[in-house]
Design a protein around this ligand. Structure first.
Ligand SMILES: Nc1ccn([C@@H]2O[C@H](COP(=O)(O)OP(=O)(O)OP(=O)(O)O)[C@@H](O)[C@H]2O)c(=O)n1
Ligand SMILES: C[C@](O)(CO)[C@H](O)COP(=O)(O)O
Length: 396
């Protein structure tokens, strides 16, 4: 598939009035959490993702100096755009600025949600292969009352059908741009972009959001954000290892590191037999004490037959994410005489990074021969060994 251009718009042009009730002068998106301004964290979360083509911040006209003081210098961070008087108007300004480039996809993110998990962002992008829009949501956990006056209950809603909307909200650029343009001509105000897409008749998917991806809205939200970023949550580093072997059989190429490499053999296995991704998946699962790949994807289960091993890797990444952790680095060594691996290493790092939503600098792929010794030396199969280092909330 053709690589997609994915632009990100971060709306940061609000006044943050509800958050400034504690007397703070700085608008919420420029206040620090864990020693770093909220907006800087949000921007960095997207710049860290290798599949993001560009990031555009939409800022308030009065905040140009504050924005400049963030000190960003990155060729994928485009010049900031001045926003409008509502979130909807600010998003439209961002879309207009991107129109000349016409990216394939656009992700629209609130600056006020500085915790943007790579896994969630990746899930939104992936859903756009099947839907015209996608957003992360969380099931509503409280019982929801409807009231006409805020004093007396008029009705109780069926919460089974209710979900809270988060960002980033992703769309195909042309479709959301024209929907936003049309929406700007009517009197109704929309509180999120997914609602504009729904109004325009687009099909919008929901993917699992993250509790920590809440919107900093009120003063007390800073304490919560500080607990996430400020080190109040004690983290510890865990290490896992993975090892896998697959034998050769007649074929036309091997899947290694998520890349198909032409060869006069293929690797035999229940899935696509990608020995490198299997070792990496086991290393991640090992680091978080979640068993091994066979526990999650039993070979006896026919649904995994011929499956792309990126599915297994993504699952392991998702478990890390759900536990509030993050992958620090991965290292895999592939042992074989042939095919030659080195030229494919950059593509493998891209695929692994995209599957896990982590930057390629966190991923090492190495290859060696076994000097014609043993079964790899006799070219009977390929071995892969991996290690994963993962930062997780302390369990004690
Ligand atoms: N005219 C506006 C209003 C909001 N936003 C952005 O939209 C996001 C979600 O809005 P919200 O949290 O409601 O922010 P504010 O409008 O700043 O908050 P408040 O209503 O308390 O003033 C924020 O990142 C905010 O900066 C924006 O870009 N332009
Ligand atoms: C986009 C949003 O964050 C999704 O929950 C929300 O709709 C923004 O609303 P607000 O009115 O700007 O607070």
């Amino acid at each position: 598939m053709r690589p997609k251009s994915i632009a990100v718009i971060i709306v940061a042009a609000g006044k943050g009035e509800r958050a400034s009730l504690d007397g703070s002068i700085d608008p919420k998106q420029y206040r620090p959490v864990g020693g770093k301004p909220v907006l800087a964290r949000t921007v960095q979360a997207f710049l860290d993702l290798p599949f993001v083509t560009s990031v555009t911040a939409v800022i308030h006209a009065d905040h140009a100096d504050r924005y400049a003081a963030l000190g960003f210098s990155n060729e994928r961070l485009l010049a900031p755009v001045i926003g409008g008087t509502s979130r909807q108007a600010s998003v439209l300004e961002g879309l207009k600025a991107l129109a000349p480039q016409r990216p394939d996809l656009v992700l629209i993110q609130d600056a006020a949600r500085p915790f943007a998990p790579p896994q969630v962002i990746g899930d939104v992008v992936e859903a756009l292969e099947r839907f015209e829009g996608a957003l992360p949501t969380l099931r509503v956990i409280d019982t929801i009352k409807r009231s006409l006056d805020g004093r007396q209950v008029a009705a109780t809603e069926d919460r089974e059908q209710l979900f809270a909307a988060q960002t980033p909200q992703g769309f195909r650029f042309g479709q959301i741009f024209s929907a936003h343009m049309r929406a700007s001509t009517i009197r109704r105000q929309f509180t999120d972009d997914a609602e504009i897409a729904e109004w325009a008749g687009l099909r919008v998917a929901m993917v699992a959001g993250h509790v920590d991806s809440f919107k900093i809205t009120r003063p007390e939200d800073f304490a919560r954000a500080e607990r996430i970023f400020g080190g109040d949550i004690a983290m510890e580093t865990r290490v896992g290892t993975g090892f896998d072997v697959h034998p050769f059989e007649p074929g036309d190429g091997v899947w290694l590191g998520g890349v198909k490499i032409p060869h006069d053999k293929k690797l035999k296995g229940h899935s696509d037999a990608d020995v490198a991704l299997h070792a990496l998946t086991d290393a991640i699962l090992g680091a978080i004490g979640e068993g091994d790949i066979g526990v999650h994807f039993p070979p006896s289960d026919m649904q995994w037959r011929g499956m792309a091993s990126t599915v297994f890797l993504k699952h392991a990444g998702k478990l890390v994410n759900e536990a509030g952790g993050r992958i620090v680095n991965l290292d895999v060594t592939i042992v074989c005489e042939a095919p030659r691996i080195a030229v494919h290493v950059p593509a493998m790092r891209e695929v692994i990074g995209a599957a896990l939503g982590i930057a390629t600098f966190r991923i090492a792929v190495k290859a060696t021969t076994s000097e014609q010794l043993g079964f790899t030396g006799r070219e009977e199969g390929i071995v892969a060994m991996a290690s994963a280092s993962v930062e997780m909330p302390r369990g004690d």
